[in-house]
Design a protein around this ligand. Structure first.
Ligand SMILES: Nc1ncnc2c1ncn2[C@@H]1O[C@H](COP(=O)(O)OP(=O)(O)OP(=O)(O)O)[C@@H](O)[C@H]1O
Length: 307
């Protein structure tokens, strides 16, 4: 279903708090997801992404704050919201005894797709998941990648306006990840609103129109990947390799010149290299220039490296 920028936001969270005993998993979260975009919720393990997803579906109740999903108050009206949203869990909970088609049919019925439309809806979901020729194969005979595509297709069988994807490609090999990226991209181009949690920076960079960086239970930066780069990392970086003493020296020279750096494995990257004065470049010596990336933003903001 196509949506426009004038539509009300698909998701609004204001001042949301969720505690588990002494742990505050979500700590005053403000987040708005406009209709029709793919928003990547990017954060390290434990940042509160899954807890946020669970509150949006009504599976977890906030201790404070307001949540609206597709205009409905959650959890009070989560039944209405759930009917219009698709949820793709991180863990595969497909029925392994049933075929791909049967799994989709069960969900189509659960989501009250009218009987006459069910066959068409299931066929469309099979096509979206590129599973048409596996429709009558039992789930336990499908490959890992096919199962993940089926899991996503199942969340889409009732043509939801909003899809929540919790770490959609975690633990998958690169080829399967590419296939799923294609699928998510098609959804986005169809105008479905997508909220996708991920700790893979590349995933957010490839798919998200906007990224919200989450750390310690709140959003610490939000914008398009280009805005986040401009605001937090600049356009380019220069990477310097060498033994630990050399790297420390690079950091010292950069710090004295007021230039941000970050460790990138066995190297140091000096950020905002486009602003580097020639005298500093000369003092630093030869390095390898590269474009700035979201990982630079992420590490600058959270101090944590994400694979
Ligand atoms: N049911 C629970 N009981 C107790 N603590 C919990 C529960 N669920 C989450 N937490 C804690 O809340 C914090 C946030 O967890 P959450 O799973 O939301 O983070 P995340 O960003 O999704 O991380 P991950 O990528 O590891 O799932 C963590 O410290 C976690 O241990």
């Amino acid at each position: 279903m196509s949506q426009s920028e004038s539509d009300p936001p698909a998701i609004e969270l204001a001042g949301v708090v969720k505690r588990f005993g002494a742990v505050t998993a979500v700590n005053g979260l403000d987040l708005t997801v406009p209709a029709g975009i793919c928003l990547g919720l990017l954060g390290p393990n434990g940042a509160g992404k899954s807890t946020t997803m669970r509150m949006l579906t009504g599976q977890a109740r906030p201790d404070a704050g307001d949540i609206r999903v597709l205009g409905y108050r959650v959890p009070a009206e989560s039944k209405h919201a759930r009917a219009l949203m698709g949820v793709v869990p991180q863990l595969d909970n497909l029925d392994t005894e049933l075929t791909a088609r049967e799994n989709l049919s069960v969900f189509a019925r659960l989501y009250r797709v009218p009987g006459v439309e069910r066959r068409v809806a299931v066929d469309a979901a099979l096509a979206l998941g590129q599973l048409v020729d596996r429709a009558d194969t039992k789930v336990d005979e499908l490959s890992g990648g096919m199962r993940r595509r089926l899991l996503i297709a199942r969340g889409l069988v009732h043509r939801p306006r909003l899809v929540l994807l919790d770490e959609p490609t975690v633990g998958l090999d690169p080829q399967v990840r590419q296939e799923l990226w294609g699928l998510i991209d098609r959804l986005r181009r169809d105008g479905t609103t997508v909220l996708m949690s991920t700790h893979y920076i590349e995933e957010a960079e490839r798919l998200a129109d906007a990224v919200a960086v989450m750390s310690a239970g709140r959003v610490i930066a939000q914008g398009s990947p280009a805005d986040l780069l401009a605001g937090h990392a600049g356009r380019s970086a220069v990477e310097y390799n060498g033994p630990p003493d050399r790297l420390s020296e690079i950091e010292r020279i950069a710090a004295a010149a007021g230039m941000p750096t970050r460790r990138t494995g066995p190297s140091v990257s000096v950020l905002r290299a486009e602003e580097m004065p020639p005298s500093v470049a000369a003092a630093l010596g030869p390095g390898t220039p590269r474009p700035a990336n979201l990982e630079d933003v992420f590490v600058t903001l959270t101090g944590e490296f994400v694979a």
